[in-house]
Design a protein around this ligand. Structure first.
Ligand code: ZN
Length: 271
């Protein structure tokens, strides 16, 4: 069944890329870039369980032996610095909480935290390792309901995975206290990283359309949040400061910083 643009309902789109038979198109009216033929949402739990089963479990610490975990730790530290600067936040609902690293990091700074996670395997890790038990559910399934309300909802690289993000965002709005806030972070389709990958029609690991259904720019991310009933959009301007690794040259470090500077879009909105 041909999809229409979920922001402006325009049925017309232009084909931009074909990756492994996935068709990525752009709405001719509002310019949203989306997947025309996504995998069914009923396969999502299996997909993400498989992802967590296959990926190696590494210790999440600032001095972890794994550069990937040191980087994630440093990124979460900066995310929590931003949150510390927001007024009146004491409780956080982390969507796509995965193995629970962000929740645990936030809890260590005194926040009351709750997670939502699609993968039972990741949720079990979070419970066993950190004593933090997320709600296990697929945000794209209509049946879920959460009684509790929070000052802040975080969506770190979740929105682009959803099938019906506007419906999900509207439902999540009900989990916020009056004047509560939402932070959304997604990969930036106009970043240097994406532009480098495009000529080869080859998309870096996690951006594969088997997982990502939407590909955001500043404009389309803001549009989607406004369309979902949120207000006062403010983009976070600080780029993540990635920790230094002694085994890479200074030149490479400088290149990496440049490459990472605009890789993500981080937007804060109010209910
Ligand atoms: Zn559109």
């Amino acid at each position: 069944m041909p999809q229409t643009c979920i922001i402006c309902q325009n049925p017309d789109s232009l084909l931009k890329y074909v990756i492994d038979s996935f068709e990525i198109v752009q709405c001719t009216r509002c310019k949203l870039i989306y997947l025309k033929n996504p995998v069914s949402v009923d396969k999502d739990t299996e997909t993400y369980d498989h992802y967590f089963e296959e990926s190696t479990v590494l210790e999440y610490r600032c001095d972890s032996a794994s550069p990937a975990m040191r980087t994630l730790w440093a990124i979460n530290e900066q995310r929590l610095d931003w949150i510390d600067r927001l007024q009146g936040v004491t409780s956080i609902l982390d969507t796509g909480s995965g193995r629970g690293h962000f929740m645990a990091h936030a809890a260590s700074r005194g926040y009351r935290v709750q997670g939502i996670e699609i993968s039972p395997i990741a949720a079990l890790y979070s419970e066993k390792t950190y004593g933090l038990k997320p709600y296990v559910l697929n945000l794209d399934h209509s049946a879920w309901h959460i009684e509790d309300t929070f000052d802040l909802i975080t969506m770190w690289h979740v929105l682009e995975h959803l099938s019906d993000p506007i419906t999900v965002l509207k439902k999540l709005g009900n989990c916020l206290k009056p004047h509560g806030r939402l932070i959304v972070e997604v990969p930036n389709i106009n970043s240097i990283k994406f532009r480098l990958a495009r000529p080869q029609q080859k998309w870096v690991g996690g951006n594969h359309p088997r997982h990502h259904r939407f590909f955001f720019s500043h404009h389309s991310l803001k549009n989607m949040l406004l369309k979902s009933g949120f207000h006062e959009p403010v983009f976070v301007k600080d780029a993540y400061c990635i920790p230094d690794y002694s085994h890479v040259t200074n030149l490479l470090k400088r290149c990496c910083r440049r490459l990472h500077r605009d890789a993500f879009l981080t937007l804060i909105v109010r209910r």
